[in-house]
Design a protein around this ligand. Structure first.
Ligand code: SF4
Length: 172
């Protein structure tokens, strides 16, 4: 079971970032990837990468690249890091995030609500803005199959089970 998260409205994210200059996107290659594969109809994971979560996370990396290009096109300076499972971090993950923060006035979280809370807790002394890019709407059980290329997994739509939280609000 994973957390089912969808992208927040683009206009809302951009509005919250309107005063930003230097943005750091922190993405998670975990169940945010399956969520985006399902929601945005993207390839899920590169099968040849096996259990290497970061390298295999095609869907989340596609969306991250789209956002980097979009934000750079709007004149923002953008960098990103990938943190494997911000919902259950080692101290080394926390240090990686803290090391990436100096000089950034805005942090965007491309992951679920648990990632947002976990990262926000680490950055409790941070003066900049922390913007969730995804909204967690429930939990999922997905069956993964190979896509047409045979190189990627994808979510089988017909058997997808999503258990929706009844009162999920944008930004949670
Ligand atoms: S941080 Fe969220 S998206 Fe990433 S693995 Fe954990 S529950 Fe899934």
């Amino acid at each position: 079971m994973g957390l089912y998260s969808v992208m927040r409205e683009e206009a809302h994210i951009l509005n919250e970032a309107k005063d930003a200059k230097k943005i750091l996107i922190i993405s998670c290659p975990g169940c945010a990837c399956e969520s985006l594969s399902y929601e945005e109809d993207l390839p899920n994971r590169l099968l040849e990468q096996g259990k290497d979560m970061d390298a295999s996370a095609v869907a989340v990396n596609i969306i991250r690249t789209q956002w980097v290009n979009k934000l750079e096109g709007l004149g923002y300076q953008v960098d990103y890091i990938s943190v494997v499972f911000p919902c259950e971090m080692f101290d080394t993950d926390r240090e990686e995030i803290l090391k990436a923060i100096p000089g950034r006035d805005t942090v965007m979280i491309l992951a679920c609500g648990s990632a947002y809370i976990g990262i926000r807790d680490i950055l409790k002394d941070y003066q900049g803005k922390i913007i969730p890019m995804m909204q967690t709407k429930g939990s999922f059980v997905f069956r993964l199959v190979k896509d047409g290329t045979g190189k990627h997994s994808k979510v089988e739509r017909e058997s997808a089970r999503i258990n929706r939280f009844s009162k999920a609000k944008e930004g949670e």
